[in-house]
Write a protein that binds this ligand. Structure first.
Ligand code: ATP
Length: 384
């Protein structure tokens, strides 16, 4: 177990025609001893390249990686004391589960056969695969193979685990079960873990902290709730959360934001946050918008809108709404309401955009200039 530090780590690939691709661009992050950090971002953002540099499977162009305070840039993978689990389980097909799990220990440690057997038995117990030890990988389900692959990494008791989309070959139900399992195991073992995924649900539910990458650049590192409620920029705000945050590109008119049929009055702190700007991007999460029956607007944060489409999800409905359906290019947005709510396309309703729930972003850079009210202490207590 050890802390893992990435210090201005950059990876530039040079293609055959001399073209240079910066896959990872000056990424710095300190991963604490025993921490579970999820590296998340869209396809091609540099997640796997980052992980491969930590593992030693890819050279580092510039910057430094330290494990337990020691530079590991030049160390070959086998000497890094890091175990990696890939999306493909990569088990040896001709070996039994027992042999698959013992192999690494036989190759890389001084342990005798009895010690190895006892280690494998303990790990098999932890992974709940004891009854599978004599089977070959071809006789196992996908979920069981993944458990064995994880067990094989765990049995080595490495300083750190690296996991590259390890659950993506599993069906949705098994993935959800394995998510919880992995958290439990990581909690028990307390091994520093970097987990790569493009799935923001996995990131939100599994990570102590999440690191969000886009185009090789680190956008934010924080607890899932911090990234969700206080995003650094529009990219993070849009990437985390499903359905995604609503964005409106609006003009600033004194103390009010304006587009077409939508005018939004700002509170003094919000006005101050955007002072000097002529335009701004307004953001609000679907679940923060409140929907009520038509019948009078009681304040300036309420709007008469029309339901366009209702998507039932069971526990909740995702509803798509417009300010004015009669215009060619109506302003649309998404809200979520209880799945028990009786609501249909064509309904006229009143939407409230509570002022303490809104976000404001710079139109050009996307940087957040104002975030919703969020008290992480409060949120933690509520979660507990
Ligand atoms: P995915 O989720 O699709 O696996 P990723 O976030 O893991 O994506 P990487 O595989 O790290 O992304 O790739 C980052 C960028 O580097 C991409 O633009 C990719 O095309 C490029 N890249 C990766 N490996 C190489 C290589 N060996 N040579 C050239 N370019 C590469």
């Amino acid at each position: 177990m050890a802390e893992l530090t990435l210090d201005d780590v950059t990876k530039v690939f040079t293609e055959d025609d001399g073209n240079e691709i910066t896959a990872v661009d000056e990424v710095s992050v300190d991963i604490e001893d025993g921490e579970f950090l999820v590296l998340v971002g869209p396809s091609g953002c540099g997640k796997s390249t980052t992980l491969r540099m930590i593992a030693g499977l890819e050279t580092i162009t510039t910057g430094e990686i330290r494990l337990a305070g020691r530079r590991i840039n030049e160390k070959p993978p086998a000497e890094r004391d890091i175990a990696m689990v890939f999306q493909s389980y990569a088990l040896y097909p001709h070996m039994t589960v027992q042999q698959n799990m013992s192999f690494g220990l036989e190759e890389s440690t001084e342990m005798n056969d009895d010690e190895i057997e006892s280690k494998v038995a303990d790990t098999a117990e932890l992974m709940e695969i004891k009854e599978l030890l004599d089977r070959k990988p071809s006789d196992l389900s996908g979920g069981q193979q993944q458990r064995v692959a994880l067990g094989r990494a765990i049995v080595r008791a490495p300083e750190a685990f690296l996991m590259d989309e390890p659950l993506s070959n599993l069906d949705a139900k098994l993935r959800a079960t394995m998510r919880t399992e992995l958290q439990r195991i990581q909690d028990d073992l307390d091994v520093t873990t970097v987990y790569v995924t493009h799935d923001q649900t996995e990131a939100m539910t599994m990570g102590d902290r999440i690191a969000i990458l886009n185009d090789g650049i680190l956008q934010q590192v924080g607890t899932p709730l911090e990234c969700y409620h206080t995003p650094n920029n529009r990219f993070v705000a849009g990437f985390i959360g499903d359905p995604s945050m609503n964005f409106f590109e609006m003009d600033v008119d004194g103390e009010t934001l304006v587009i077409d049929r939508f005018e939004y009055p700002l509170k003094p702190a919000q006005q101050e946050a955007i002072s000097g700007r002529s335009d701004v991007v307004f953001g609000i999460r679907p679940e923060d918008i409140r929907i009520k029956e038509p019948g009078g607007l009681s304040d300036n944060y309420q709007f008469e809108v029309t339901v366009d489409v209702v998507e039932p999800r069971g526990d909740e409905n995702t509803i798509h709404l417009t300010f004015d359906r009669s215009v060619d290019d109506p302003v649309t947005f998404t809200a979520t309401v209880s799945g028990l709510r009786n609501i249909s396309a064509g309904d006229e309703v009143v939407a409230t955009f509570p002022p303490d729930s809104i976000h404001l972003f710079d139109t050009d850079s996307g940087v957040a200039v104002h975030n919703r009210t969020f008290d992480s202490e409060d949120a933690t207590h509520q979660v507990l």
